[in-house]
Design a protein around this ligand. Structure first.
Ligand SMILES: NC(=O)c1ccc[n+]([C@@H]2O[C@H](COP(=O)([O-])OP(=O)(O)OC[C@H]3O[C@@H](n4cnc5c(N)ncnc54)[C@H](O)[C@@H]3O)[C@@H](O)[C@H]2O)c1
Length: 679
């Protein structure tokens, strides 16, 4: 993969300035071009204002803002982006303006430059064909606000080269986007079902099926969203909805075309009036229509190969912030009910046909299953990607089953020399799916948790003992089970945004997948206890200093680091090492004496007073039984062979998950600070 070090953004408006801001935030130099100095300056002012808000909300320090702004330059000359690796167009949504622009950019830019359009309603091919570099042309469709919304639709068209797609996906990753690859089709993936969602709301109103407050409420309940379609149109502009529906209608047929009421509302130039009472008796028919339309369209786009079911769901969840994607909703309400709702819509609009995928699924009589783990073998390297970015790649039963299967496939492939685990999106793996644990405890099925964990251990031991080199690519946050997966690999490559952490004792349990065991083998029991007791994150930099991470590199240097490790071959990951002096105080906090003090609520001794007080305070918030169990397990595991040490950890799992504190801690995640009773 090649490097992305300079990006050009053409158009310094709403989208362009946000796109430029995001690249600069992620450390990439960006040049923003607009038609005159005033517009360029307006774009820069917008970025400054956004970043200032970030300072007020404590997301950035003033120093970071200066740093980010130093990476943004403005220009009115296309020559300023001539040497960019990627140039993204975000000018007016006008075919003529965009076509002219791409002709100029094609002439101005170097051979290597990839040109990209952020168009919402035209085909990528319409502009690519205006240039002499169709192979280096792609669609990159952002979502408002592009510095905040993580979704990016990446749209290769038929002549886009694989290298361009790969470089574009790298660019997406480098500026913190979750990319979904989508075909060059009207509305791409997300607008294809989102625009009909808006249009159908207006149609239902037009048909007097229900009034605005009722339609709003039905939509909010059906998709678990904060704003219904009418409010969304008021916020983003009714003309945009009409324009989007018009272009979809022209390409796909009258079902997608804006209804008369929507058009007349645009003509009137006034917003929808949202006030009024909800008519509960109309909620059900409105919900069914919404489901029929949105789920039907989602199924149709998958049928046409526009996007996968997983990416369609991701588009809804990340781009539109739905709690569930269309296919997850179909599973929830049932395929029969989905089919019936879509069938009603298909009968109403002759140009809307029942999607094949729904008929097949109905015939199969089972819900959709999702692929969360991808395997890609190239040049002797098997890349296993945990691809559930909307849930920070957290591990549930389905993910672990798929992960195990993909690993087995990679391991048995004679062409594979090394296996690299990575996470899609911003995180590596954010631990285990907490809901799974809560459900099992409530259903009185704790033995299932023990079985699940035992299988997990067997899998991690296979990774650790694999005859092929296993590497974790830690380029984002990892927690709990995710950090344990990374620690099980034979080597770790990290970028500065990588981290590990063991928050378990703060939620009533202990790290159950070898986290304590492997951490202690790396850095000794005292430091392992410090990290397990406090849950303090181990940054990639610290993990590197401690010898846990083998290579710490910038994102663009990842491939080189992987090659380097493969050339070097296996090393003893638990080799003896010197722990840098700066960790001595932390290790002192985990000494046997200080651990007993901490466990009895007293501040540790022999370290800086402020650090001792802070540590005692943090540990004071943790579950006492979990701390005691972790302490005993780490002690008992010392010097034991791996399988025996694993049994020690498994041996207390039933006990810890049976505590009231475990249920309290696990149920409180993301909601409130748990209150532990020590029972
Ligand atoms: N707004 C959204 O939610 C959204 C979402 C996805 C994609 N888009 C697409 O992004 C693009 C930009 O949208 P926006 O909302 O930022 O528009 P905008 O009107 O806010 O900004 C467009 C900018 O482009 C500049 N411009 C126009 N022609 C130019 C040229 N030839 N050279 C240099 N600069 C030029 C204008 O001066 C203006 O500053 C459109 O294609 C739109 O469809 C918008």
């Amino acid at each position: 993969m090649s490097q992305i070090s300079k990006v050009g953004v053409i158009g310094a408006g709403n989208m362009g300035s946000g796109i430029a801001q995001k690249f600069a935030q992620e450390g990439i130099n960006v040049v923003m071009v607009d038609m005159n100095d005033e517009f360029v300056q307006r774009g820069i002012n917008t970025i400054e204002k956004m970043l200032q808000e970030g300072v007020e909300r404590k997301i950035f320090t003033p120093g970071q803002v200066d740093d980010i702004l130093s990476r943004v330059t403005g220009s009115t000359d296309y020559a300023a982006v001539a040497d960019a690796d990627l140039v993204i167009e975000a000018v007016f949504e006008d075919k003529g303006v965009k076509s002219e622009l791409f002709k100029k950019l094609d002439q101005a830019c170097n051979e290597k430059t990839i040109l990209a359009t952020n168009t919402s309603s035209f085909y990528v091919r319409d502009f690519a064909d205006q240039t002499t570099r169709p192979d280096r042309f792609i669609g990159l469709h952002y979502f408002y606000h592009p510095a905040k919304n993580r979704l990016l639709e990446v749209i290769p068209y038929e002549k886009t080269s694989p290298a361009t797609l790969e470089k574009s996906l790298l660019a997406a990753k480098l500026h913190g986007k979750t990319a979904i690859v989508v075909k060059d089709a009207p509305g791409f993936a997300v607008n294809r079902f989102f625009v009909p969602f808006l249009n159908e709301a207006a149609r239902m109103l037009e048909e007097n099926l229900a009034d605005i407050p009722t339609i709003e409420e039905a939509a909010k309940r059906a998709f678990k969203i904060g704003m219904g379609p009418f409010m969304l149109m008021n916020v983003t502009g009714i003309p945009i909805a009409v324009h989007a529906a018009t272009t979809l209608g022209e390409e796909l047929g009258p079902f997608y075309a804006p209804c008369e009421l929507l058009k007349s509302q645009k003509e009137k130039g006034v917003n929808w009036v949202l006030d009024g009472d909800v008519d509960e008796s109309r909620i059900q028919p409105v919900t069914e229509r919404f489901y029929g339309v949105c789920l039907g369209v989602a199924a149709a786009l998958v049928d046409e190969g526009v996007a996968s079911i997983e990416d369609t769901d991701r588009g809804a969840k990340i781009g539109l912030r739905w709690i569930m994607g269309p296919f997850e909703i179909m599973n929830k309400i049932g395929i029969e009910a989905t089919y019936a709702a879509v069938d009603t819509v298909a009968r109403k609009y002759p140009d809307f046909k029942m999607p094949e995928i729904l008929s097949r699924q109905k015939a199969a009589g089972k819900p959709f299953s999702f692929n969360f783990v991808d395997l890609d073998v190239k040049n002797g390297v098997a890349n296993i990607t945990l691809n559930r970015p909307e849930a920070m790649n957290s591990l549930n039963e389905a993910v672990v089953t798929q992960l195990t299967a993909k690993f087995a496939e990679a391991e048995s492939n004679p062409a594979v020399k090394a296996i690299v685990f990575q996470g899609a999106g911003k995180a590596f793996v954010a631990g285990a799916d907490i809901r799974y644990f809560v459900n099992k405890i409530k259903a009185d099925k704790i033995p299932d948790i023990v079985d699940f964990t035992r299988k997990g251990h067997e899998f991690l031991l296979q990774i650790e003992n694999c005859s092929k080199l296993t590497i974790a690519l830690l380029d984002g946050l990892s927690l709990g089970g995710g950090s344990e997966l990374a620690l099980a690999c034979q080597a770790i490559v990290a970028t500065p945004s990588g981290s590990m952490g063991f928050p378990e004792t703060g939620i009533g349990i202990y790290p159950g997948l070898g986290g304590m065991l492997r951490l202690a083998r790396h850095v000794g029991p005292a430091l392992a206890k410090y990290y397990v007791f406090t849950g303090m994150p181990i940054s990639a930099e610290n993990a590197h200093a401690l010898g846990i991470v083998n290579r710490l590199v910038a994102p663009v240097e990842i491939d080189g680091a992987l090659d380097d490790l493969m050339a070097q071959g296996k090393t003893d990951k638990y080799r003896r090492r010197d722990i840098p002096a700066r960790f001595e105080a932390l290790a002192a906090l985990g000494s046997p004496e200080n651990v007993s003090r901490l466990l009895s609520g007293k501040p540790p001794e022999g370290v800086d007073k402020a650090l001792a007080a802070k540590t005692a305070k943090i540990v004071g918030y943790k579950a006492p039984l979990a701390l005691q169990a972790a302490n005993a397990i780490i002690d008992q595991q010392i010097g034991k062979p791996m399988p025996e040490a694993v049994e020690i950890e498994l041996g207390r799992l039933h006990e810890i998950f049976s505590t009231a504190d475990a249920l309290e801690g696990l149920s409180s995640v993301g909601r409130r600070r748990p209150e532990f009773k020590g029972s």
